[in-house]
Design a protein around this ligand. Sequence first.
Ligand SMILES: CC(=O)N[C@@H](CCC[C@H](N)C(=O)O)C(=O)O
Length: 378
Amino acid sequence: MLSTEELIHIRRDLHQIPELGYEEVKTQQYLLARLHELPQEFMTIELWKTGVFVFLNGKDPSRTIAYRADIDGLPIVEQTSYGDYKSKHEGNMHACGHDVHMTIALGVISYFSHNQPSQNQLFIFQPAEEGPGGAKQMLESEQLKKWWPNEILALHIAPEYPVGTIATKPGLLFANTSELFIHLKGKGGHAAYPHTANDMVVAASHLVTQLQTIVSRNVNPLDAGVVTIGVIKGGTKQNIIADTAVIEGTIRTKSIETMQVIKKRIESLLNGLEIGFDCQVEIDYGANYCQVYNDETVSNSFIEFAKANEHVNLSICSEAMTGEDFGYFLEQIPGMMFWLGVESPFGLHDARLEPNEDAIPFAVQTIIEYFKQHNSAK
Ligand SMILES: CC(=O)N[C@@H](CCC[C@H](N)C(=O)O)C(=O)O
């Protein structure tokens, strides 16, 4: 079984090679290299695009339990204090902890590759969680058809909790999400002749402020929604009026109905913008993820397990407006997701995120224990 030092070494290796969705070529090669170092007696490894499936045959199987780890990084210029194990892929960073998620999966696989489990186990290294999504596609793969699990788990690092903490709840854990891409096209021109142009920097600026009114004025205050604009681009030079602008963001809601309300309102605002600024607008909702809804029975059984485990500090948390395409697995397979405390002063998607690596051996041990206790013959 991998030691704590080896696990940390693996996490640091993976941290140096963050790749965006469906570009995880080096990550896939690295995972394969580590997997092939383990006993192969009852292990089957299969590739799916840039992802990997690992199936472990149980001794006397009547069921299969699965663990899913996402593997992609984010387009962020890293600003951690890490020295020689900072991202070597300039402009990309594991700023959402997927390096930690993968390492934990390798740690659990390593243990069970030396200690054959009684039941089958499936490990899913899934590409493109940050977008455009990989869960929905993997659910339709040949591998999932033949290795369909009875239960599935996943975790996500949580910078706000101390190491040793697991936070979860039955039912809704993460929101419905939709990406948002808006392209504005007007008429460029000389900065000194604004009356001859339709300035898309001004149109985009109006639109960004209008979008902020949706949650405050169109969503029931007793419900929850988020409209965040993460990108606004337009123009080429300070004295040229921009003929195009691009706005990119994300929508989050607790209910699917509110997602529809927000989208309808965005479209109305865009119709108004076309008239008001005499421009053309195109909208694309990119990747949409369903909510992460933890199965009541599986989460209660995990909560009972965590309560009985003296090493685990269990927190029953509130739902969050984060998104995760793991929700698609949970639509079809009973399962649950939990937050894993990694105590960092900087949050997810922050260029300075430094998860506490002590959380890795803790999570590996906890999952091994849960799999051993829970995935016995039923
Ligand atoms: C846990 C986490 O941070 N997940 C991401 C998922 C991204 C969903 C999609 N690409 C979007 O931006 O809407 C998140 O941002 O919550």
